[in-house]
Design a protein. Structure first.
Length: 734
């Protein structure tokens, strides 16, 4: 079990643990209610498909032991953390055990079925009955009471607490068939149902094996992500190369990465260079070039070349670990659409028990024949299992989020899926979303004819800023071998520029609008030069010293190669596109026209982006905001759907419902399409699960459905829901 500090409005802890013994949605709902009833529990979600629980709690009011006890008091067990590596062997063992029980039960059931359905008598009698009947009794008892023992144990544990679940239905159905048949054998009645009970138990065990196997395929995303990581690292200490376990790498260690190696942890290239396949992180197939100063990420693949790197993030802090955490949280979550299924499955079992009793009583009143009343009642018990309801949402969510993670798309929770469906407008930030986010200086326009003076002053002030435009100016000075002077009294003016003191003089660097507001004369000639640069899509930064204009710096940011295709795909889906940027109107307008964006809001300060989102929402639009996830966090939170364009090191962006890891604008289209596909699959699963139970119970009650067929149909319904979810992996995503 793990507990971590929460972020956001709730400041307690989060505990995650696996629950053993759950066999249906009713089990999950019962455990969820027990956890929520504890004082200090803020929220709890129990995932039937993953057999896991996620609990937000206040450690001052409740501890983890109390959470364990709440599960144990329900007759279930708290196991090891769901996503720990050492659970892999246990999961394989459980699958092997399920396979053995299913095969053994089927093998022993076959002679029972053949003897009963074929009317075969063996050549000798025992205690006045043909020995074939006694063989049926023994074999069916082994199957029902032996291999099916888990049904009866679970029923007994829950019955003591006044509860019931799927095992209650199966246990009562099989025991009724076996018990009546043994009684009939003893008192010389002519009707027996040994084969009915045995076939039901065997089919249920087979269904559970197939379900466990399919569920393992659906939840393989976490395991595959964990397997991506390197196991060892080549470390360089005192000039000597050695190999150590990945868990022994520490921040600051110098590591050597050779061609064909997996990069062990996140870090920074010190020397050397290579092409690195980052497809597991970004979904991009082309290798990325890496050189000194570039960031590299653990579990990515070094295609060619060798380099030394310094470890900057290790263990749970690496990008891979953050991705695993986000995917695990998404798979633990519930989509709002699941609430209806939860409410129904929570009361389903008691209702079915009542229907079964009424069915048996009604048939007895009509026929006055006890044995004719048994079969319809047993069929109702078996056919009504709500497994498929409990699997409908989480299996699709598991497959969808796992597929997204492999494509560089992290869907944070089930709620994000439903928010995607109703999006009518996408609001996009410009820098880093539609453009490369790596601007470079295109031209320096000095007032006095000396480019070096303007660039040197600007670089001196901007070296204390982290803004992309600031980094571009500092890099341009470095390339031209200009040493930026030291700056003091640095003051950041968000969305406008900066002020600083250099060599005793007050320097202002920012938008021409900022300098104009401070009374610095821009002049008509200068204004014309600014307009010419902005007409080319460039951003103009003005530089002033002691109230006098020194010059301008024109900065260009390249449009991403697939941005235009992304906008076209959004329009094809009937989605309106809006760009909101702090850049000047001319540069923003030029980019918008080139990309075909419907509407532009330029020169918008960071706080103004939230207002624009609110204005669009007030007009009835359902907004998806796409930004870098840092400066745009308020707008991401305000939007109906926040999509954060991460950079690899910013994977765990709390404000975004969906995170695009270092991806292209087309990944935005892919994220929306994948979310809608996953939600459509959930709806299909729920429809067929509801339809199956609604149609099957009346048929069973009327005696039109044999209990053996009912058992097979029940197992098939659960497997079919999982199979439909697995189809997400093979469907085309734009």
């Amino acid at each position: 079990m793990t507990a971590t500090a929460m972020q956001g409005d709730f400041t307690g802890k989060v505990a995650r643990f696996e629950i053993g013994g759950m066999h249906c949605a009713a089990c999950a709902n019962r455990n969820e209610r027990a956890l929520k009833s504890l004082p200090g529990v803020h929220a709890a979600a129990v995932n039937f498909a993953l057999r896991s629980a996620r609990v937000e709690f206040d450690p001052a009011l409740v501890n983890e032991r109390a959470l364990h006890d709440a599960i144990s008091s329900n007759g279930f067990q708290v196991l090891k953390p769901e996503f720990a590596r050492d659970n892999k062997a246990r999961a394989y063992q459980e699958l092997a055990d399920a396979r053995f029980r299913a095969l053994a039960a089927l093998i022993l059931t076959l002679p029972v079925f053949l003897l009963a359905m074929g009317g075969i008598d063996l050549p000798w009698d025992f205690l006045g009955r043909n020995s074939g009947l006694w063989l049926q009794a023994v074999l069916s008892a082994v199957v029902i009471l032996g291999f099916g023992w888990e049904f009866h144990r679970s029923m007994a544990q829950l019955a003591i607490r006044g509860a019931a679940n799927m095992d209650t239905l199966i246990s009562l159905g099989t025991l009724a068939a076996l018990g009546y048949s043994v009684w009939a054998l003893v008192v010389s009645e002519a009707h027996f149902y040994f084969e009915t009970g045995a076939v039901i138990a065997a089919f249920i065990l087979l269904g559970r094996y197939l379900e466990a196997r399919s569920r393992g395929q659906a939840s393989a995303a976490i395991e595959k992500l964990l397997d991506l990581g390197a196991r060892t690292a080549r470390i360089v200490r005192d000039g000597v190369e050695g190999e150590i376990a990945i868990d022994d790498v520490r921040v600051g260690d110098v590591l050597l990465v050779k061609p064909g190696d997996k990069i062990p942890v996140d870090g920074e290239v010190l020397d050397g260079g290579s092409a690195v396949d980052e497809s597991m992180l970004t979904g991009e197939s082309l290798p990325a070039s890496k050189g000194p100063g570039d960031a590299v990420f653990g579990a990515t693949f070094n295609v060619s070349g060798a380099f030394r790197m310094r470890a900057t993030r290790v263990g749970d802090d690496t990008t891979l670990a953050q991705i695993v955490k986000l995917v695990a949280e998404a798979q633990d979550s519930k989509a709002p659409i699941q609430k209806l299924a939860d409410r129904i499955s929570g009361v389903f079992v008691p209702i079915v028990l009542g229907i079964a009793l009424l069915t048996g009583f009604a048939w007895y009143l009509v026929t006055s024949d006890f044995y004719q009343s048994v079969l319809p009642a047993v069929a109702v018990l078996v056919i009504a299992c709500p497994c498929s309801l409990g699997l409908a949402t989480p299996t699709a969510l598991m497959v969808g989020t796992g597929m997204g993670a492999r494509r560089g798309i992290l869907i944070r929770n089930g709620e994000a899926l439903q928010r995607c469906e109703n999006v009518t407008a996408v609001v996009l930030d410009k820098t880093g979303t539609l453009t490369e986010g790596k601007p470079s200086v295109a031209a320096v326009l000095p007032v006095n004819g000396d480019e070096a003076v303007a660039l040197r002053l600007a670089a001196g002030a901007e070296q204390l800023s982290e803004h992309p435009l600031a980094r571009a100016i500092v890099e341009a000075a470095r390339v031209r071998a200009l040493e930026p002077p030291a700056a003091t009294d640095f003051e950041n003016l968000p969305g406008m520029g900066i002020r600083a003191t250099i060599d005793g003089a007050r320097v202002v660097v920012g938008s021409p609008r900022l300098l104009g507001a401070q009374g610095i004369d821009m002049g008509a000639d200068h204004q014309a030069a600014i307009e010419r640069e902005e007409a080319q899509g460039r951003t103009v930064v003005a530089v002033a010293c002691e109230g006098r204009l020194v010059g301008f710096i024109a900065i260009a940011d390249t449009i991403k190669s697939d941005a235009k295709a992304a906008i076209r795909h959004l329009h094809d889906q009937g989605v309106r596109t809006v760009m909101v940027t702090g850049d000047n109107a001319r540069a923003a307008g030029m980019i918008a026209r080139e990309l075909g964006i419907d509407e532009v809001f330029a020169e918008v300060l960071p706080q103004g982006k939230v207002e624009k989102v609110r204005d669009l929402q007030a007009d009835g639009a359902r907004i998806a905001f796409v930004g870098d996830g840092i400066n745009d966090a308020p707008a991401l939170a305000q939007a109906d759907l926040g999509i954060a364009m991460g950079t690899g090191t910013d994977v765990a962006i709390e404000a975004g419902n969906i995170v695009i890891v270092k991806g292209s604008p087309l990944k935005l289209v892919e994220a929306l399409a994948l979310s809608r596909l996953t939600l459509r699959t959930i709806r299909q699963n729920l429809f067929w699960a509801f339809f199956y139970n609604a149609a099957a119970i009346p048929l069973a009650a009327l005696g039109w459905l044999n209990p053996m067929i009912a058992a097979a149909a029940m197992a098939i319904s659960s497997v079919s829901v999982i199979g439909n979810s697995l189809r997400i992996r093979s469907r085309a995503i734009p």
